[in-house]
Design a protein around this ligand. Sequence first.
Ligand SMILES: O=C(O)c1ccccc1NCC(=O)[C@H](O)[C@H](O)COP(=O)(O)O
Length: 220
Amino acid sequence: MVKPHVKICCISSIEEAKMAIDYGASAIGLVGNMPSGPGVIADDLIYEIAKTVPSPISTFLLTSETKAEDIIKHYQRVNTTTIQIVDALKVSDYDIIKKALPHVKLVQVIHVIDETSVREAVEVSQYVDALLLDSGNPNLKVKELGGTGRTHNWDLSRQIRESINIPLYLAGGINQNNVVEAIEKVQAFGLDLCSSVRTDGKLDAIKLKAFFEAVNSVEY
Ligand SMILES: O=C(O)c1ccccc1NCC(=O)[C@H](O)[C@H](O)COP(=O)(O)O
């Protein structure tokens, strides 16, 4: 088993970005406008935070835009290393984005709900650099696209990991108490989390430290 990368999401300041990286994050998530969720910040703040982050740490713009041209415009306001697309796109849109932004990595979120999510993941994996499996429900009236603090069916996540040939991040309700099980069960390339390392919405150094200690307690 290989030690997973950790992406700390919902970063809301330069100080939080630095704290996450100092504790061991190899990527940070910066959440743009969303229909719901705890982590949204303004695009100019995303730009300001992203430009302080040193290579090789990745900066993920989370966008809920669903058209290629709107995703490209969103990216151009923030200039991150990676775009995390949290809603479904038409297949033809991936090519348009890749042609416009060939230097930018694309990560597609799949909300793991049932067996159909496995088929969806396998199909989309042809078009992007990585998948991120999250909890949530894009079919609700007010879409729930992430930051739920809830886990989902990790057996399905494992099945998806075994069925695709690109890196996979696991997200949704991961915390210091369940992360060892998450690592062993899904064996994902990366872990992504937001709610469990925060207190009153702010990144909490004690929770962050405990989380990384749990990740480091596994034998790789
Ligand atoms: O946090 C938000 O507001 C959010 C809203 C919509 C999509 C994604 C969002 N958060 C970003 C993430 O990718 C979270 O890290 C991921 O959903 C896991 O969150 P959590 O279950 O709270 O650890």
